[in-house]
Design a protein around this ligand. Structure first.
Ligand code: 5GP
Ligand code: MN
Length: 338
């Protein structure tokens, strides 16, 4: 963070304020971990602080300390909109464009409060008066740790906050294996363990709480896996019917796309997941090396993200979406072919 940004933050945090913290729609471990940890810090300073999430988050995050205090807009619209309208300061974490908050966007656009963005996604928008954006960072949780360092406030980190921050760094780095995992990331993780994060318990809470039906759904996904060797590409499809017959719950398909990328020689993997309710096919894109799935998601799928992990959607049906996907691969021939 720049000295000017740190000074601006100190100014914004003077006095006791009404503060709202917003994660992106379909919040993941990084979004929930970072917002909950920041919320706990701001409450210690005496601010009236709430986390307002656009919609529900997966069950494997339902153990995070103080998660039950999150206001979920899709379930408590009036409470959420009042908090946003009355807020004196709004933090937006783990996203860089207000459209990433879905139906909350209209309320955020009407808010009187200034915004502070803390985020690590590519090409941030300019709605905030303080933008702490660093695309080299492993996670927003790591950035919240550096944010507290910059404010000389790491002594405020409780074991509960440490668990939240550890969770987001762990989930966004694929358990410390993706390329944004640096020596500095590990130093932050070491500090969080010293602050009381129980690493073994956190791994178990996130990764060893699968339902039987989720593993059966993984079986279906792996059965549907297709490989296009000439483009070093693999993709998985899951239809609404397949989700329904396996009692799909939010978060159940998290990580499935990585199985495509685990195939020897594959550098580009996609999962297409039908959502009949929203009449879309939701896509997760992953890559290895320099091939930018952020570019692919932005150009073709109304989405974005990072170089090696991005998301987007298609308004076509499953069959057409897959056919269209195959039709765009030649555009990336130089990068994808051997
Ligand atoms: P996932 O595939 O796990 O949902 O998301 C991968 C990355 O892409 C995350 O960093 C996420 O924030 C971002 N992302 C996912 N879906 C979208 C989307 O629809 N639009 C944009 N801009 N980013 C997305
Ligand atoms: Mn993140």
């Amino acid at each position: 963070m720049t000295t000017a940004a740190i000074n601006d933050i100190r100014q914004l945090l003077s006095g006791n304020k009404k503060i709202v913290i917003i994660p992106h729609k379909n919040p993941d471990g990084d979004a929930m971990g970072s917002t909950l940890a920041l919320c706990a810090y701001l409450r210690q300073l005496g601010h009236h602080t709430s986390v307002v999430a656009p919609n529900e988050y997966p069950h494997f995050l339902k153990w995070l300390p103080a998660e039950e205090q999150t206001i979920i807009y899709s379930q408590e619209e009036e409470k959420a909109t009042t908090l946003i309208a009355e807020a004196e300061l709004i933090f937006t974490l783990d996203f860089n464009h207000l459209s990433r908050t879905g139906a909350l966007e209209q309320h955020l656009k009407k808010a009187r409060a200034p915004f502070v963005m803390i985020d690590h996604h590519q090409q941030p928008d300019s709605y905030a008066i303080v933008t702490y954006s660093d695309t080299s960072m492993s996670s927003t949780c790591q950035m919240v740790y550096h944010f507290l360092e910059a404010l000389e406030a790491t002594h405020y980190i409780t074991p509960e906050m440490a668990a939240c921050l550890y969770t987001g760094i762990m989930t966004d780095t694929g358990s410390f294996r993706f390329s944004a995992t640096t020596a500095q990331t590990h130093r932050v993780i070491a500090a969080l363990i010293e602050k009381g994060a129980n690493n073994t318990a956190i791994h178990q809470n996130i990764y060893d709480t699968n339902s039987y039906t989720k593993l059966q759904l993984l079986g279906v996904a792996l059965n549907n896996l297709k490989v296009i060797p000439e483009y070093r590409t693999a993709y998985i499809t899951l239809t609404q019917e397949e989700l329904d017959t396996h009692s799909f719950q939010k978060g159940d398909t998290e990580g499935f796309v990585n199985y495509g990328l685990s195939l020897d020689g594959i550098i580009f993997a996609v999962i297409f997941i039908e959502n009949k309710n929203d009449a879309i096919i939701k896509m997760s894109l992953r890559s290895k090396g320099d091939f930018s799935v952020n570019d692919v998601a932005r150009k073709h799928y109304h989405g974005g993200g990072h170089i090696n992990a991005a998301g987007g959607k298609s308004d076509l049906n499953m069959e057409q979406t897959v056919a269209h996907f195959i039709s765009i691969l030649p555009e990336y021939k130089a990068q994808l072919s051997q």
